[in-house]
Design a protein around this ligand. Structure first.
Ligand SMILES: Cc1ncc(C[n+]2csc(CCOP(=O)(O)OP(=O)(O)O)c2C)c(N)n1
Ligand SMILES: [Mg+2]
Length: 557
């Protein structure tokens, strides 16, 4: 760094470096140790501060914002207890590889020795989850640490970092060189030799299957993947954790999102003789099963930047650490040239053969069944998903933490583009309401519909206040089946037990629309199909703030 010529406080330098790193929004929840940042924000109009009422919500909101905008995001929480609150959603952000800088105020350097109130080992607390966890220990290091953190967070495989900010460092001033941002370009493609070898191998497959995953989003690879799939002639599934929109549902080669039932996944993959993973984790599962989801001997090909996933659980015959879109854009013409007219014909025939089993055909069948079953009273989940997909605008963005009620959501709502759907990545619930607010803030030109289970809603219900306060026009559909249906079903399935201790919300029941009213939001409770349709259409027509619809759903859905 060149010789410093200015005099600046740590807190102002912090915001200035963040701004240089492209941060336009900071989500936070302040205490005394964060006051230097709050003080400095007064003089930094280019960084908008969004207040959230609990630290797990701060991070989930920032996570939604970063995932939908593709921008580096900042969030600031309060020392040890606040950081502790944030860890569940920080874990989710780490699972999704969200580019995020999480900071917490820390007591003055040395003051911790006396163990003041709220003091704790922040760096150690965040370390197991963060891509990098550190503390700034002298003011002169502040720009270097922040720039390094931003570089680490934004370099693929991207992920959240944590920085502890001691108060004396933020409040001191010194002449500082503020440095500059570095962005590492990872839009790399494999060597010509690797592409040739891959094309040769792909052309040997008789019935290849593609699994599209997480990296399809950051790589912006929809078009490239469609062209590749059409040239190869492959069946397409979405990865087992439906965390985002990874392939256009209406494409004739797309079948569905794989689930996390090992026998079901194995059955789906069994007819195929090659598995090609595009930026996907390979068959991430949830509950243990003695059955392996990957059919024996199936060759695996992996393309993506996240080399941690390569050969992690299953050996990959070919693994290319490269950007998905760049790779496919280079690969497809080679595939076409090598395969010639015969391959083009084969590919078209393979895709045409999927016409009775692809997503579009299955959706039509499911619509028939859901229509025949009707809305129900209390409502049935599949009807709800179907009608929402009918009534929502084509460019709707769905945030999904609807658990049992939303089991068929992806069978009804198509993935139209890479930002059309955001799902829970880690399995940690309590992300959805807050994430939806962040997604809507990042995409003000589109409407966000958040489909949330009543149980899940209670982990982040306070995020409704931020939506109301900022007039962020999310339509929240809370699916109230009066309990933890999925957990009840699993108690019965795994343990044969139908005594659901604590899992029914009957005594007292929870009135979510009244909670929303308490947070200053328009809300309505509906029990019939007609009332839902009316409320949902009215919520979509309203653009000056959020609405919450509490849909009373049958206890089994
Ligand atoms: C942070 C966290 N705590 C607990 C769980 C366990 N869990 C998974 S689903 C669930 C209940 C979900 O209830 P709800 O959102 O109402 O869904 P549904 O009733 O439709 O199944 C719980 C408690 C979890 N996954 N994450
Ligand atoms: Mg429920």
């Amino acid at each position: 760094m060149s010789a410093p010529s200015n005099n600046i406080t740590g807190r102002a330098a912090f915001l200035s470096v963040m701004k240089d790193e492209g941060v336009t929004r900071m989500f936070g929840n302040p205490g005394t140790t964060e006051l230097p940042i709050m003080h400095a924000l007064t003089d930094e109009p280019d960084i908008q501060y969004t207040m959230a009422l609990q630290e797990s919500i701060v991070v989930a909101m920032a996570d939604g914002y970063a995932r939908a905008s593709g921008e580096l995001v900042a969030c600031n929480v309060h020392v040890a207890p606040g950081l502790g609150n944030a860890m569940g959603t920080f874990f989710t952000a780490a699972n999704s590889g969200t580019p995020m800088i999480l900071t917490a105020g820390q007591q003055e350097l040395g003051h911790g020795l006396q163990e003041p109130l709220l003091y704790g080992p922040l760096v150690e607390m965040a370390a197991p989850v963060a891509k990098w966890s550190t503390e700034i220990t002298q003011l002169e290091d502040l720009p270097r640490v922040l720039h390094r953190a931003a570089k680490i967070a934004t370099t693929a495989p991207t992920g959240p970092v944590f920085i502890s900010l001691p108060g004396d460092i933020l409040n001191a001033d010194a002449p500082l060189d503020l440095g500059k941002a570095t962005r590492v370009d990872t839009t790399v493609r494999p060597s010509d030799a690797a592409l040739e070898a891959l094309a040769d191998r792909l052309l040997q497959a008789k019935n290849p299957v593609v699994i599209a995953g997480t990296e399809m989003v950051a790589s912006d690879a929809f078009d490239a993947a469609v062209a590749f799939v059409e040239a190869l002639g492959a069946t397409v599934y979405q990865q087992t954790v439906a965390s985002g929109a990874h392939f256009p549902s209406a494409h004739p080669a797309f079948v569905r999102c794989l689930g996390r039932s090992q026998p079901d996944v194995r059955k789906a993959l069994e007819p195929h003789d090659m598995l090609i993973c595009l930026g996907a984790d390979v068959l991430r599962m949830s509950v243990y099963s003695p059955i392996d989801p990957l059919p024996e001997g199936m060759p695996v090909i992996q393309i993506g930047l996240n080399d941690w996933e390569m050969g992690k659980n299953y050996a990959a015959e070919i693994a290319l650490r490269a950007d998905v879109r760049e790779t496919l854009t280079a690969l497809t013409p080679i595939l076409r040239a090598k395969g010639g007219a015969a391959q083009a014909k084969t590919a078209a025939a393979r895709i045409a053969a999927l016409k009775d089993s692809n997503w579009t055909t299955n959706r039509a069948k499911q619509r028939e069944a859901a229509t025949a079953k009707g809305a129900g009273e209390p409502l049935n989940g599949e009807w709800l998903m179907m009608r929402m997909s009918d009534l929502a605008p084509d460019d709707v963005i769905v945030v999904d933490e609807g658990v049992t009620t939303a089991a068929t959501l992806n069978a009804h709502f198509p993935f139209t583009d890479r930002h059309s759907y955001f799902g829970n990545v880690s399995g940690g619930i309590g992300w959805g309401i807050a994430a939806a607010v962040g997604v809507q803030m990042a995409k003000p030109e589109r409407r966000v519909v958040a489909v949330i289970g009543d149980g899940s809603a209670q982990y982040s219900i306070q995020a409704l206040w931020t939506a109301a306060n900022s007039k962020t026009p999310v339509v929240f559909v809370i699916c109230n089946n009066a309990g933890y249906t999925i957990i009840k079903q699993r108690l019965t399935l795994f343990h044969g037990n139908e005594e659901y201790i604590g899992m029914d919300f009957h005594n007292p029941s929870i009135n979510v629309s009244k909670l929303a009213e308490g947070y200053g939001m328009d809300s309505v409770r509906v029990t019939t199909g007609e009332a839902f349709e009316e409320a949902f259409s009215a919520a979509l027509a309203k653009t000056d703030g959020p609405t919450l619809i509490e849909a009373m759903v049958h206890a089994d859905y």
